[in-house]
Design a protein around this ligand. Structure first.
Ligand code: SF4
Length: 464
């Protein structure tokens, strides 16, 4: 849960609702877990676009007056965690650009793998960029496509980029949603009264009591306007590669993808983990919050009682300032505490969803030892994370991923566990049945569904 891979972004858009900006604000609130460094909303009154964005959490970025100034019945918003482009205000989305035909707003969840070269050649042709975002490259390609109408121009532009994108676009009062042909990142369609909604996750629809209609399909472009929802499939069909980490960790447990609920998938992962890595113990405890579903599944399958042996402080904001060495280094204890009376003298299985560098897991294990655990066995509801992600998830360089550089026994020794067990790749895929053949699992297998220029990817390097 800490020191984890980080989701890149979340998007939410609504067409034809008198409270469009307010509902977008709420939608972003539900998607806050997908990005905490910046947020923005663009609204359209049919003539003009109105925008407000800033760095910070949704609740800090928007005041009542800001929302009042976002006029119009169509709106969309974005929450951001920065990797592509630094985390400054100019890189907070949505981006708005002016064309001959009017203004266009765009928001992007994902990461493109070939924009470096496209950007370079566009700059050689005289293009200037205001941000370091991939999204601006798409806009430049749209402007230079030569196509007269916007949608064909967009398709021509997207045919040149490679990677992961779930896009929202407002043009006039139209709302457009696009999912890349491999469907790396999620996007779903919903309805509230007469209004249509596009959102990264279904939990945003639930908050508004909106009806879930369906997932937008990989390679699908939906245009929402007065005629309703118009669906097109303009790209060459490809095998789906939905990010399996959305199920394992990123998404909110109450969201659904492919009709599968994230909590239930996490429980399945935990069940499979128990089958593959049994151990005698007195308690199963989760690393909250993301390890909870898998720990429940492990407990149910193994028959070992589940307990909340670690308590998380939910009120630690990103702005928390740790006092300078005046007292001592508090580290993970600021966020987590072990329930001593539960743990003392017990053989404990602690379940987490993944291990990235291993530093936080080591602190948690030590905390359990200090709380008096007789044995601590760690179980991880995903396979060893050995490779970085290039499709919209922030991962450290490969050499920093503990499983890329160490064997199981070495990791276990470093963590100070009595035993350590990961889920196998096959076990993970089995647990998300029947969509196991349509996922990207590259950070576990190194089999990247879209090739990228290796030389440009410093993250892949094992050594400097
Ligand atoms: S590499 Fe990993 S994190 Fe990235 S899209 Fe694939 S499964 Fe998701």
């Amino acid at each position: 849960m800490f020191n984890k891979l980080k989701e890149h972004c979340g998007v939410f858009g609504i067409y034809n609702h008198p409270e469009a900006a307010n509902l977008t604000y709420l939608g972003l609130y539900a998607l806050q877990h997908r990005g905490q460094e910046g947020a923005g909303i663009v609204s359209s009154d049919g003539q003009q676009l109105h925008i407000h964005k800033n760095v910070g959490l949704v609740a800090d970025v928007f005041k009542e007056e800001d929302l009042r100034n976002l006029y119009g019945n169509t709106a969309m918003g974005h929450v951001r965690y920065s990797t592509t482009g630094e985390s400054s205000l100019k890189n907070v989305q949505p981006l708005v650009v002016d064309y001959a035909e009017g203004s266009v707003a765009i928001a992007h969840n994902g990461n493109l793998v070939n924009t470096q070269y496209i950007r370079q050649s566009l700059e050689e042709e005289g293009a200037t960029f205001l941000t370091t975002l991939d999204t601006e490259v798409i806009l430049n390609l749209v402007a230079r496509s030569g196509a007269e109408d916007f949608l064909p121009a967009l398709v021509l532009a997207l045919n040149q980029v490679r990677g992961a994108y779930s896009l929202l676009i407002i043009r006039g009062d139209e709302l457009i949603g696009v999912r890349d042909p491999k469907g790396f990142r999620p996007l779903c369609l919903g309805r509230l009264d007469g209004a249509y909604i596009l959102a990264s996750e279904s939990c945003a629809l639930d908050l508004l009591e909106a009806e879930f209609i369906r997932d937008i399909e990989p390679g699908e472009v939906v245009t929402i306007n007065r005629q309703g929802v118009i669906s097109q499939k303009p790209f060459i069909p490809q095998t789906e590669a939905f990010c399996v980490f959305e199920y394992i960790y990123f998404a909110r447990p109450d969201s659904n993808f492919h009709g599968l609920n994230v909590t239930l998938v996490r429980k399945n992962l935990g069940r499979q983990l128990a089958l593959e890595n049994p151990v005698e113990a007195d308690l199963v405890i989760p690393v909250p919050d993301s390890g909870r579903g898998a720990a429940l599944g492990y407990s149910e399958e193994s028959g070992i009682p589940f307990e909340e042996g670690l308590i998380r402080n939910h009120y630690v904001g990103r702005t928390f300032i740790e006092p300078r060495q005046t007292i001592r280094h508090f580290g993970v204890k600021i966020k987590l505490n072990a329930v001593k009376k539960l743990i003392e003298g017990k053989r404990v299985i602690v379940v987490d969803d993944s291990i990235v560098r291993g530093t936080t897991s080591r602190k948690i294990i030590k905390m359990l030892h200090r709380a008096g655990a007789e044995e601590v066995h760690m179980r991880v509801s995903s396979p060893p994370t050995k490779y970085p992600c290039f499709y919209g998830i922030d991962t450290p360089n490969r050499r920093e991923l503990i499983a890329a550089t160490h064997q199981l026994k070495e990791i276990s020794r470093y963590l100070t566990t009595d035993s350590l067990g990961y889920l196998t790749v096959n076990g993970m895929l089995k647990a998300i049945h029947p969509f196991e053949n349509n996922v990207c699992a590259a950070c576990f297998t190194g089999k990247y569904p879209i090739k990228f220029p290796v030389k440009s990817c410093r993250q892949l390097e094992m050594f400097d």
